[in-house]
Write a protein that binds this ligand. Structure first.
Ligand SMILES: Cc1ncc(COP(=O)(O)O)c(C=O)c1O
Length: 366
């Protein structure tokens, strides 16, 4: 049996008539930038997650940048985030010439450790970018408390956490604002680039709408430095077709995760935590094992593809040399980078494939 790391071909074939119809409708409407399809998507996404409004953006990276802008981050402000994430969680800080400050993660959930975050807060700290990595919500009560105690803005990177909830609240609406990505591999994967901003504060939502469209409240009047971060009509149209399936796809991811959690058994294996208050949507199913490389080879030899997110943490990336971090600064992150394996998890994965992954995994003799 062959288990690819990701395979959405069949889903796209099944949805092809609807996807093509949506493209045709957009083509005929002549609304290629924003427009009715994007409007519809914003309303449907907001309704699905329980937000009043949502603002369609051209990528998750741009959506994060708008969150940083809307939080009023200025040059030389410090913004704390995790070194164990995709680079865009931190780029958004650089885009405003602010300084990324890193803190170590909690070995249990791969997310920032609130105590470690508190230890690096200074008078210059303006915001925290919390990443709900792999679809597992971070412990938001602790971050909300920190934000209140030190008067900080709280940004949620929800690129991997569509429909994930913390104490019943959707990620993105717990902090001040949140950014989603619809990159094709995400839980709601578009067929183009795409992103979205949400906030519980109406003024921030208004900022998102203004800034994504050149900060142009009236035609050819510019009230601020704006961007071309608009969602395209085709992106909205295709996402409308796929959004209808997101809840069912999320349940399927959870069912696969439950099978993995019950079935995977190896000495020294670290499984992802199941936190009742923080309902994961399993964008990734990530495990840690001290013999990671041998285990990956064993799985590969038996046609089980694996991912490796993330092999190199942000604090020791060449681009951040001038921040003066060094190897050893964040031991939990660094150990995780050495030991992590991401197993295949996507709605199209069959029960037989999952059983095969489990059996192959458990047959590893280190
Ligand atoms: C954690 C995280 N943040 C931000 C992004 C950026 O999103 P995009 O690729 O849509 O710009 C991604 C994904 O690519 C991500 O995984």
């Amino acid at each position: 049996m062959n288990v690819p790391f990701l395979n959405f071909h069949e889903t796209h074939q099944k949805l092809k008539p609807e996807l093509m119809a949506a493209l045709e409708e957009t083509l005929d409407s002549g609304q290629f930038i924003l427009g009715a399809q994007v409007d519809r998507f914003e309303k449907a996404y907001a309704a699905m997650m329980g937000a009043d409004e949502a603002v369609g953006i051209n990528s998750g990276t741009s959506a994060l940048h708008l969150c940083v802008r809307a939080c009023g981050v200025s040059p030389r402000d410090e913004v704390i985030t995790t070194p164990f994430t995709f680079m865009a969680s931190s780029w958004c800080i650089n885009y405003e010439k602010a300084i990324p400050v890193f803190a170590d993660i909690d070995s249990n959930n791969y997310n920032l450790d609130p105590e470690k975050v508190e230890a690096v807060i200074t008078e210059k700290t303006k915001a925290i970018v919390v990443v709900h990595l792999f679809g597992q919500p971070a412990p938001m009560d602790e971050f909300v408390d920190l934000a209140e105690k030190y008067n900080l803005k709280l940004i949620e990177d929800c690129a991997q956490s569509h429909l994930a909830t913390y104490k019943g609240k959707p990620t993105g609406l717990v902090g001040d604002c949140g950014a989603f990505s619809f990159y094709p591999t995400k839980n709601l994967g578009g067929l183009t680039e795409g992103g979205l901003c949400v906030s519980k504060h109406q003024e921030m939502v208004d900022q998102f709408r203004l800034l994504r469209n050149h900060a142009m409240p009236d035609r050819y009047t510019y009230s601020d430095v704006g961007y071309n971060y608009r969602m395209e009509g085709f992106a909205g149209a295709l996402l409308n077709v796929k959004l209808k399936h997101l809840e069912e796809w999320t349940e399927r991811r959870r069912a696969i995760a439950a099978k993995y959690l019950a079935g995977l058994k190896l000495e020294d294996l670290r499984l992802p935590p199941v936190v009742a208050d923080a309902a994961s949507v399993y964008h990734q199913f990530s495990i840690c094992h001290p013999q990671r490389d041998a285990l990956v080879k064993h799985l590969t030899d038996h046609d089980v593809a694996t991912g490796l997110f993330y092999p190199r943490p942000l604090h020791i990336q060449p681009v951040y040399e001038s921040l003066d971090y060094k190897e050893g600064d964040f031991p939990v992150v660094e150990q995780t980078c050495r030991e992590i394996i991401n197993l295949p998890i996507y709605p199209e994965l069959s029960d037989e494939q999952v059983d095969y992954v489990i059996a192959t995994f458990n047959a590893f003799e280190g």
